[in-house]
Design a protein around this ligand. Structure first.
Ligand code: GLU
Length: 470
């Protein structure tokens, strides 16, 4: 029996597969494929009078554009292989959706549930200090963001640490994204990755031929969805898709098991239950079963893995019965499983596309930080005044009268969240159309993942080519 590929090898195989379609200089292939630099840090923190040592990493995959960008994950199983794989995915993701950043990723080997808030603050500030001192966190060159196990709180501590060390850096707020809104964050960043999953599916369903190719028909309304992981990404994706697009979430898979309800699980209710009870077992509106992984094999229309990498591998891929897979997590399908599923004609919307909403809105946040102004601040009232004049003119010409409510909704100027959502929606639509055109326009490309990589690698290669390698 052959040993299964590591996550990094699995991503590398997918990339090499796409590279075989492109006519690239072999030297340039290696430059693009491999991580440029990886740092491992070990640092002590004194907690309640006892010294603890922690280990973390930050990998920079591709510096063809700066800053490099990508989240920092807190997990007990984190290791260098995973960080390198995730850093590579960040480069391709940014290139695909035209976010002008290189790729990076970080991780700290820690189980956050074992520490209280004050401990976490000390550990996070100490980790940030290590990264800053070694040049792996800086508004111009390397900008972290939240990932699994981290959120606004950790980003605020990291930004605070940077500001403390470099108070004279006028762009200090841009050293990290995913911050709380009142500390330089942007509205819509928390929901962004899940929102991007929703926009990706909406765009897919705008193409009836593509939908038919997955053995489906009609729109999103009523589609049966199985989702793995109700963390930040899974929760927002499931909430928006069920509340706004009418999909039926028939199963939610979590670490301790799976909740099943063929009529659809009320996602907000479940999330509130999880926050209050710290378990899904006692949730009243669905049946609980222990074997969560088995539920990936349920018959459904759309399977959304939104948790960990490597969930669909060569062991279970033949039993997957979903019509299509939407990769909200990074790397949920292994290279071997991907090959087998593609051979079966399974439609897979790939991770580098589906979960790019997070980094897209991080880009907006970074722009907001370096421009030192909230989106919409200059033009919102002006837009409203013009719209109001048009509405008055329309009334005068037609003699019709608009109700107060109708008039207000017509003239309302876009605020920050409207602009963020519109920018994200546009990004997800354009990237899908680019993947689709690449797929349809080539006889050598047979799936959306290869199309995504071909586009991303082509853009990175072009940028190396234009600037030159030195
Ligand atoms: N951690 C997220 C990702 O994997 C977001 C990265 C970012 O915003 O820089 O895409």
């Amino acid at each position: 029996m052959t040993t299964p590929l590591s996550f990094r090898q699995s991503v590398d195989h997918m990339v090499q597969h796409a590279m075989s379609v492109l006519d690239l200089d072999p030297g340039l292939r290696d430059v693009i494929r491999t991580c440029n630099s990886v740092i491992q840090v070990r640092f002590p923190v004194k907690l309640h009078g006892k010294i603890h040592t922690f280990k973390g990493w930050r990998a920079t995959h591709s510096t063809h554009r700066l800053p490099v960008k990508g989240g920092i994950r807190y997990a007990p199983y984190a290791d260098q292989d995973e960080v390198e794989a995730l850093a590579a995915l960040m480069s391709y993701k940014c290139a695909l959706v035209d976010v002008p950043f290189g790729g990076s990723k970080g991780a700290l080997q820690i189980d956050p549930s074992q520490y209280d808030r004050d401990d976490m603050e000390l550990i996070t500030r100490r980790f940030a200090t290590e990264l800053i001192r070694k040049g792996f966190m800086n508004p111009a060159t390397n900008v972290p963001a939240p990932d699994m196990g981290t959120g606004q709180r950790e980003m605020a501590w990291m930004a605070g640490t940077y500001k403390h060390l470099f108070p004279d850096d006028i762009n200090h707020q841009a050293c990290v994204t995913g911050k709380p809104v009142h500390h330089g964050g942007i509205r819509g960043r928390v929901e962004a990755t899940g929102r991007g999953v929703q926009y990706a599916l909406q765009e897919f369903f705008r193409h009836p031929g593509d939908v038919a190719g997955a053995g489906l028909g009609g729109g999103l309304e009523g589609k049966r969805v199985v989702i793995q992981g109700l963390g930040n990404v899974g929760y927002h994706a499931a909430k928006f898709l069920s509340e706004e697009d009418g999909v039926k979430v028939i199963a939610v898979i979590e670490r301790e098991g799976v909740l099943l309800n063929p009529d659809g699980i009320p996602i907000q209710h479940l999330r509130d239950h999880m926050v209050e009870h710290k378990t899904i077992r006692s949730f009243p509106d669905a049946d609980f079963e222990e074997d969560g992984r088995k539920a990936l094999e349920l018959e459904c229309d759309i399977l959304i893995p939104a948790a960990m990498e490597g969930q669909i591998d060569e062991q279970n891929c033949d039993r997957i019965q979903a019509k299509m897979i939407v990769e909200a997590a990074n790397g949920p399908v292994s290279f071997g499983a991907d090959q087998k599923l593609q051979a079966r004609g399974m439609v897979i919307l790939p991770d580098v596309y589906v979960n790019a909403g997070g980094v897209t809105v991080s880009y907006f946040e970074w722009i907001r930080n370096i421009s030192h102004i909230r989106f919409g601040r200059m033009q919102r009232r002006h837009d409203e005044q013009r719209a109001s004049q048009y509405a008055t003119l329309l009334q005068e010409i037609t003699g019709a009268r608009l109700s107060e409510d109708r008039r207000n909704s017509v003239i309302r100027g876009a605020d920050e969240i409207d602009l963020v959502r519109s920018g994200l929606d546009d990004t997800m639509r354009l990237a899908y159309q680019e993947m689709r055109n690449t797929l349809l326009g080539s006889e050598q490309i047979h799936d959306l993942r290869t199309a995504a990589y071909v586009i991303a690698i082509g853009k990175i290669a072009r940028s190396y080519h234009d600037v030159g390698i030195y």
